[in-house]
Design a protein around this ligand. Structure first.
Ligand code: C5P
Length: 253
Protein backbone atom coordinates (compact mmCIF):
# COMPACT_ATOMS: atom_id res chain seq x y z
CA UNK A 1 0.00 0.00 0.00
CA UNK A 2 1.33 3.47 -0.85
CA UNK A 3 2.29 5.62 2.10
CA UNK A 4 0.13 8.58 3.06
CA UNK A 5 1.70 11.83 1.92
CA UNK A 6 1.37 15.09 3.79
CA UNK A 7 2.93 18.43 4.57
CA UNK A 8 4.06 19.02 8.15
CA UNK A 9 4.35 22.67 9.16
CA UNK A 10 7.28 23.24 11.55
CA UNK A 11 5.77 25.52 14.19
CA UNK A 12 9.06 26.90 15.43
CA UNK A 13 7.50 29.64 17.54
CA UNK A 14 8.60 30.80 20.99
CA UNK A 15 5.26 30.45 22.75
CA UNK A 16 1.82 28.91 22.57
CA UNK A 17 0.38 32.41 21.97
CA UNK A 18 2.49 32.95 18.87
CA UNK A 19 1.60 29.46 17.64
CA UNK A 20 -2.13 30.02 18.13
CA UNK A 21 -1.96 33.38 16.39
CA UNK A 22 -0.30 31.78 13.39
CA UNK A 23 -2.65 28.78 13.25
CA UNK A 24 -5.73 30.94 13.71
CA UNK A 25 -4.72 32.93 10.70
CA UNK A 26 -3.96 29.84 8.68
CA UNK A 27 -6.93 27.66 9.62
CA UNK A 28 -9.60 30.36 9.66
CA UNK A 29 -8.89 31.29 6.09
CA UNK A 30 -8.33 27.65 5.19
CA UNK A 31 -11.65 26.50 6.64
CA UNK A 32 -13.53 29.31 4.91
CA UNK A 33 -11.89 29.31 1.55
CA UNK A 34 -10.48 25.89 0.87
CA UNK A 35 -12.27 23.49 3.14
CA UNK A 36 -15.69 25.10 3.24
CA UNK A 37 -17.18 21.67 2.49
CA UNK A 38 -15.66 20.03 5.56
CA UNK A 39 -18.34 18.86 7.91
CA UNK A 40 -16.14 17.38 10.62
CA UNK A 41 -14.79 19.91 13.06
CA UNK A 42 -11.07 20.14 12.54
CA UNK A 43 -10.98 18.05 9.36
CA UNK A 44 -8.33 19.26 7.00
CA UNK A 45 -6.36 21.07 9.71
CA UNK A 46 -2.66 21.01 8.82
CA UNK A 47 -0.24 18.47 10.31
CA UNK A 48 2.13 20.44 12.56
CA UNK A 49 5.53 19.82 14.11
CA UNK A 50 6.29 20.80 17.71
CA UNK A 51 9.99 21.05 18.50
CA UNK A 52 12.06 21.11 21.66
CA UNK A 53 12.01 24.89 22.18
CA UNK A 54 8.27 25.28 22.44
CA UNK A 55 7.70 21.93 24.13
CA UNK A 56 10.19 22.73 26.89
CA UNK A 57 8.69 26.20 27.25
CA UNK A 58 5.02 25.23 27.27
CA UNK A 59 4.98 21.55 28.26
CA UNK A 60 2.29 19.01 27.31
CA UNK A 61 -0.38 21.75 27.26
CA UNK A 62 0.76 22.75 23.78
CA UNK A 63 0.09 19.20 22.48
CA UNK A 64 -3.32 19.10 24.15
CA UNK A 65 -4.25 22.45 22.62
CA UNK A 66 -3.17 21.41 19.13
CA UNK A 67 -4.98 18.06 19.34
CA UNK A 68 -8.17 19.73 20.58
CA UNK A 69 -8.01 22.06 17.60
CA UNK A 70 -7.88 19.06 15.27
CA UNK A 71 -4.24 19.09 14.22
CA UNK A 72 -2.08 16.03 13.77
CA UNK A 73 1.10 16.52 15.80
CA UNK A 74 4.67 15.42 15.14
CA UNK A 75 6.49 15.82 18.47
CA UNK A 76 10.11 16.31 17.43
CA UNK A 77 12.12 15.68 20.62
CA UNK A 78 14.75 13.32 19.15
CA UNK A 79 15.17 11.07 22.19
CA UNK A 80 18.62 9.52 22.77
CA UNK A 81 19.33 7.82 26.12
CA UNK A 82 19.60 4.34 27.65
CA UNK A 83 16.80 1.97 26.54
CA UNK A 84 14.98 1.96 29.89
CA UNK A 85 14.82 5.75 30.09
CA UNK A 86 13.68 6.07 26.48
CA UNK A 87 11.00 3.41 26.95
CA UNK A 88 9.56 5.13 30.01
CA UNK A 89 9.68 8.55 28.38
CA UNK A 90 8.06 7.28 25.20
CA UNK A 91 5.23 5.83 27.27
CA UNK A 92 4.56 9.32 28.61
CA UNK A 93 4.65 10.84 25.11
CA UNK A 94 2.36 8.10 23.77
CA UNK A 95 -0.25 9.07 26.34
CA UNK A 96 -0.45 12.58 24.85
CA UNK A 97 -1.98 11.18 21.67
CA UNK A 98 0.76 12.46 19.36
CA UNK A 99 0.73 11.24 15.76
CA UNK A 100 4.48 11.07 15.17
CA UNK A 101 7.50 11.11 17.46
CA UNK A 102 11.21 10.43 17.02
CA UNK A 103 14.50 9.16 18.41
CA UNK A 104 18.12 9.29 17.28
CA UNK A 105 19.07 6.09 15.43
CA UNK A 106 22.54 6.56 16.96
CA UNK A 107 21.02 5.25 20.21
CA UNK A 108 21.13 1.78 18.67
CA UNK A 109 18.62 -0.98 18.01
CA UNK A 110 17.92 -1.88 21.63
CA UNK A 111 17.06 1.73 22.37
CA UNK A 112 14.80 1.97 19.32
CA UNK A 113 13.02 -1.28 20.24
CA UNK A 114 12.51 0.04 23.77
CA UNK A 115 11.18 3.31 22.35
CA UNK A 116 8.61 1.44 20.31
CA UNK A 117 7.51 -0.69 23.25
CA UNK A 118 7.09 2.35 25.47
CA UNK A 119 5.26 4.34 22.82
CA UNK A 120 2.78 1.54 22.14
CA UNK A 121 2.10 1.11 25.86
CA UNK A 122 1.42 4.82 26.19
CA UNK A 123 -0.75 4.97 23.08
CA UNK A 124 -2.72 1.81 23.94
CA UNK A 125 -6.05 3.67 24.17
CA UNK A 126 -5.72 5.35 20.74
CA UNK A 127 -7.03 3.58 17.66
CA UNK A 128 -4.59 5.40 15.37
CA UNK A 129 -1.15 4.41 16.57
CA UNK A 130 1.59 7.05 16.42
CA UNK A 131 4.41 6.70 13.92
CA UNK A 132 7.86 6.28 15.41
CA UNK A 133 10.70 7.50 13.26
CA UNK A 134 14.46 7.86 13.66
CA UNK A 135 16.90 10.63 12.83
CA UNK A 136 19.71 9.00 10.84
CA UNK A 137 22.34 11.74 10.83
CA UNK A 138 21.43 15.36 11.47
CA UNK A 139 21.57 17.39 8.29
CA UNK A 140 23.89 19.76 10.18
CA UNK A 141 26.43 16.92 10.46
CA UNK A 142 28.46 16.72 7.28
CA UNK A 143 30.85 13.96 6.26
CA UNK A 144 33.93 15.84 7.54
CA UNK A 145 32.42 16.29 11.02
CA UNK A 146 31.36 12.67 11.07
CA UNK A 147 34.90 11.53 10.23
CA UNK A 148 36.93 13.97 12.29
CA UNK A 149 34.74 14.54 15.37
CA UNK A 150 32.56 11.44 15.66
CA UNK A 151 35.26 9.09 14.30
CA UNK A 152 32.76 7.38 12.02
CA UNK A 153 34.88 6.67 8.97
CA UNK A 154 32.33 5.26 6.52
CA UNK A 155 30.79 7.54 3.86
CA UNK A 156 27.75 9.53 5.03
CA UNK A 157 25.33 7.84 2.61
CA UNK A 158 26.40 4.39 3.80
CA UNK A 159 25.91 5.43 7.44
CA UNK A 160 22.48 6.92 6.72
CA UNK A 161 21.27 3.77 4.93
CA UNK A 162 22.69 1.53 7.67
CA UNK A 163 21.01 3.55 10.44
CA UNK A 164 17.75 3.46 8.49
CA UNK A 165 17.99 -0.33 8.23
CA UNK A 166 18.67 -0.56 11.98
CA UNK A 167 15.53 1.53 12.55
CA UNK A 168 13.48 -0.74 10.30
CA UNK A 169 14.78 -3.88 12.03
CA UNK A 170 13.90 -2.35 15.39
CA UNK A 171 10.30 -2.02 14.17
CA UNK A 172 10.25 1.72 13.50
CA UNK A 173 8.04 3.21 10.81
CA UNK A 174 10.58 5.38 9.04
CA UNK A 175 13.27 8.04 9.25
CA UNK A 176 13.83 11.76 9.11
CA UNK A 177 16.30 12.36 6.30
CA UNK A 178 17.24 14.71 3.52
CA UNK A 179 15.02 14.44 0.43
CA UNK A 180 18.26 13.64 -1.39
CA UNK A 181 18.42 10.39 0.59
CA UNK A 182 14.73 9.40 0.31
CA UNK A 183 15.09 7.27 -2.83
CA UNK A 184 18.06 5.27 -1.50
CA UNK A 185 16.27 4.71 1.82
CA UNK A 186 13.18 3.38 0.06
CA UNK A 187 15.40 1.10 -2.03
CA UNK A 188 17.12 -0.18 1.13
CA UNK A 189 14.16 -0.36 3.51
CA UNK A 190 11.15 -0.72 1.21
CA UNK A 191 8.45 1.58 -0.12
CA UNK A 192 6.31 1.37 3.00
CA UNK A 193 9.13 2.65 5.23
CA UNK A 194 8.36 6.35 5.50
CA UNK A 195 10.71 9.22 4.73
CA UNK A 196 10.12 12.56 6.45
CA UNK A 197 12.17 15.29 4.85
CA UNK A 198 12.98 18.84 5.99
CA UNK A 199 15.12 21.23 3.91
CA UNK A 200 12.25 22.26 1.63
CA UNK A 201 12.21 25.59 -0.20
CA UNK A 202 10.21 27.05 -3.08
CA UNK A 203 12.22 27.69 -6.23
CA UNK A 204 12.05 31.44 -5.59
CA UNK A 205 12.47 31.54 -1.81
CA UNK A 206 15.52 32.09 0.44
CA UNK A 207 17.41 28.97 1.55
CA UNK A 208 18.04 30.47 5.04
CA UNK A 209 20.44 28.16 6.92
CA UNK A 210 19.40 25.01 5.01
CA UNK A 211 22.08 23.76 2.68
CA UNK A 212 20.76 20.82 0.65
CA UNK A 213 17.31 21.94 -0.36
CA UNK A 214 14.55 20.74 -2.68
CA UNK A 215 11.27 22.25 -3.78
CA UNK A 216 8.06 20.43 -2.73
CA UNK A 217 7.69 19.17 -6.32
CA UNK A 218 11.26 17.85 -6.39
CA UNK A 219 10.79 16.19 -2.99
CA UNK A 220 7.72 14.43 -4.35
CA UNK A 221 9.72 13.18 -7.34
CA UNK A 222 12.52 12.10 -4.98
CA UNK A 223 10.13 9.85 -3.05
CA UNK A 224 9.57 11.86 0.16
CA UNK A 225 6.43 10.80 2.02
CA UNK A 226 6.15 13.80 4.34
CA UNK A 227 7.83 17.15 3.83
CA UNK A 228 8.57 19.33 6.86
CA UNK A 229 8.22 22.99 5.95
CA UNK A 230 8.89 25.83 8.37
CA UNK A 231 9.89 29.32 7.35
CA UNK A 232 8.63 29.18 3.74
CA UNK A 233 5.14 29.00 5.33
CA UNK A 234 5.52 30.52 8.81
CA UNK A 235 7.46 33.58 7.63
CA UNK A 236 5.43 34.11 4.44
CA UNK A 237 3.41 37.27 4.10
CA UNK A 238 0.36 35.13 3.39
CA UNK A 239 1.02 31.72 5.01
CA UNK A 240 -2.16 30.27 3.51
CA UNK A 241 -0.89 31.00 -0.01
CA UNK A 242 2.44 29.35 0.81
CA UNK A 243 0.69 26.32 2.34
CA UNK A 244 -1.64 26.03 -0.65
CA UNK A 245 1.33 26.22 -3.01
CA UNK A 246 3.03 23.43 -1.04
CA UNK A 247 -0.09 21.28 -1.34
CA UNK A 248 -0.31 21.90 -5.07
CA UNK A 249 3.35 21.09 -5.66
CA UNK A 250 3.67 18.14 -3.28
CA UNK A 251 0.19 16.59 -3.25
CA UNK A 252 -1.09 17.84 -6.57
CA UNK A 253 -4.12 19.43 -4.86
O1 C5P B 1 12.20 26.68 8.56
P1 C5P B 1 12.62 25.36 7.98
O2 C5P B 1 11.77 24.91 6.81
O3 C5P B 1 14.11 25.32 7.66
O4 C5P B 1 12.34 24.32 9.15
C1 C5P B 1 12.73 22.96 9.08
C2 C5P B 1 12.36 22.26 10.35
O5 C5P B 1 12.84 20.93 10.29
C3 C5P B 1 12.98 22.89 11.62
O6 C5P B 1 12.05 22.70 12.69
C4 C5P B 1 14.23 22.05 11.84
O7 C5P B 1 14.60 22.00 13.20
C5 C5P B 1 13.76 20.67 11.36
N1 C5P B 1 14.83 19.77 10.95
C6 C5P B 1 15.73 20.08 9.96
N2 C5P B 1 16.70 19.19 9.62
C7 C5P B 1 16.79 18.00 10.25
C8 C5P B 1 15.87 17.66 11.25
C9 C5P B 1 14.90 18.57 11.57
O8 C5P B 1 15.65 21.16 9.36
N3 C5P B 1 17.72 17.13 9.88
Amino acid sequence: MANAKDIIIACDFKSADETIKFLDKLTRIRDEVIHCDDITVGAGRPFVKVGMEIFYAEGPAIIKMLKERGHKVFLDLKLHDIPNTVKRTMQVLGEYGVDMVNVHAAGGRAMMEAAREGLMLGAARYADKPKLIAVTQLTSTDEDTMHSELLIDRPLDVVVKHYALNAKEAGLDGVVCSAFEARAIHETCGDDFITVTPGIRFADSASDDQRRIMTPAQAREAGSDYIVVGRPITAAERPIDAYTRCREEFLGK
